[in-house]
Ligand binder design. Sequence first.
Ligand SMILES: [Ca+2]
Ligand SMILES: [Ca+2]
Length: 230
Amino acid sequence: MVAKVSSSRAKISVLVLLLLCLCLIPSCKKTTPQAPLNIELPKPMFVGTPQPAQVPNLEKPLGKLRPPFFAPVGTKNVALGKPITASDEEPIIGEIEMITDSDKEAADGSYVELGPFLQHVTIDLEAKYEIYAILIWHYHKQARVYFDIVVQVADDPDFISNVKTVFNNDIDNSAGLGVGKDMHYVETNEGRLIDAKGVQGRYVRLYSNGNNANDLNHYIEVEVYGKPVE
Ligand SMILES: [Ca+2]
Ligand SMILES: [Ca+2]
């Protein structure tokens, strides 16, 4: 009997030791210090998030401000003032350069209007970065939903090498880049924050294919939060 008790005690001790080890292992891993991104928002043009009717697969509004987004300390907007090209080289309104000029206001004179149907813009970050977040403001004067939003990161301007898709809400593959699982969403002054999870690349490309109000494609600003690849 005594022997039995002590052997089960030994078993319990081993178990406790094992659990202790398991608990301690994660704290041994080197963790990168994180900080919330410092995102400056433009003035809101409407209250709440009106939900346009007849948009399939539409995300429900959060009903409150977006919570802070944490990324490694030192992560900043590396798209500011960087060169940008577009599938529509002669926008109907504005200049392509306005997409990375830091002006995010909704007013006329702050947005670029690209032609109808599928269009894309490509930002050259001029070096390879670890990308943690991509923020997009298409248009926020009215509550709108843009279609076929696909965001990709690559090593080359032709998007052949090391292409990674970080967002895709093209539910029927009409853009030909694959069926996307992300949801449609209403544009607000908060812009859309895409969690890019530290993906590496130099070029960022954003597609869209009109919106629920018209066939045209608008951009106010795109920010790419990253850190240089060490
Ligand atoms: Ca701008
Ligand atoms: Ca589509």
